[in-house]
Ligand binder design. Structure first.
Ligand code: NCD
Length: 299
């Protein structure tokens, strides 16, 4: 797979070979991180355009760029403070910013919006989350975490737990894991099931306790409050899944727990001290993965 000059908009752009090549590159980037960074992106500029809240994703992309010696121009509040407020189109914004930056990273609440901006951009655009649709780089870093922590992907049973309907990260994870010999278990309430067509042969159930002992990977996700039509609708699901120390006693000794974060209450803080909890290791893996992606897209 040749990523050079490509927009990264969807998880399904990757194939198995491309994923594994990216992971090998990310592992090398971990070494560069250990040494404080490099200069591969010297003289390059990244623009980060965020139309939705973010802690990890924006900082992660910006850290990746800085660690590779590049620079960043950033607007974390595009919705309020950019010219879109004056009715400029996403297409014109893309064309304009691409005259200044060498790569654009964008997050937006609407599915398809990043592709819209990318359609007129003269430089690669990387999707940092578009509504409930996709979040390819978080998918990459989640799958990379599994690959690193479990030493591979084939033969694993992966449970995805929580809001599988609106969770753009689980959608990306599914897409990427489906290239491997992975057994999927989807744990969600009836109203928040995984959309049809992502994976054909998953086991679906509502109760996590019933299945936790069979999982090699417990992939937790928050109920995506901002995607619901009303607060009342959200409240039907709030607090439904809580992974706590008691429940972790039933999980395999060599299982791992991942979560893209932020968490609300779906993982108790006590689980943070369990060596199987890997969600606070993920941010560092995320920087390495994004460094690798920048190299593949730009160098
Ligand atoms: C995720 C997102 O924004 O979709 N967060 C992230 O990028 N780390 C998950 C979420 O918000 O629940």
């Amino acid at each position: 797979m040749d990523f050079k000059g490509q927009h990264i908009l969807e998880a399904k752009q990757f194939d198995k070979e491309g994923l594994l090549a990216l992971f090998e590159e990310a592992k090398k980037m971990e070494g560069i991180l250990d040494n404080g960074g490099g200069d591969l992106m010297k003289d390059k500029i990244m623009a980060t355009l965020f139309f939705e809240p973010s802690t990890r994703t924006r900082f992660s992309f910006e850290t990746a760029m800085h660690r590779l010696g590049g620079s960043v121009i950033s607007n974390p509040d595009m919705m309020r403070t950019s010219s879109l407020k004056k009715s400029e189109t996403l297409e014109d914004t893309g064309k304009t910013v691409s005259q200044m930056a060498d790569v654009i990273v964008m997050r937006h609440p609407e599915a398809g919006s990043v592709a819209k901006l990318a359609s007129k951009s003269d430089v690669p655009v990387l999707n940092a989350g578009d509504g409930a649709h996709d979040h390819p780089t978080q998918g990459l870093l989640d799958v990379y975490t599994i690959w690193r922590e479990k030493g591979g992907l084939d033969g694993l049973t992966v449970g995805m737990v929580g809001d599988l309907k609106y969770g753009r990260v689980v959608h990306a994870e599914c897409e990427m894991l489906s290239y491997f010999d992975v057994k999927f278990v989807f744990v969600s309430p009836e109203g928040l099931k995984m959309p049809e067509g992502l994976v054909d042969d998953a086991r679906e159930l509502v109760n996590l306790e019933e299945v936790i002992g069979e999982l090699d990977v417990i992939s937790m996700t928050r109920i995506q409050r901002e995607r619901f039509e009303s607060e009342e609708e959200y409240n039907k699901y709030a607090g439904l899944y809580v992974l706590d120390a008691e429940l972790m006693k039933k999980a395999k000794d060599d299982s791992i727990v991942i979560h893209p974060l932020p968490r609300v209450d779906e993982i108790s803080v006590e689980v943070d001290y369990d060596p199987r909890a890997k969600y606070f290791d993920q941010p560092r893996y995320g920087v390495a993965v994004r460094m690798a992606l920048l190299k593949m897209v730009m160098a």
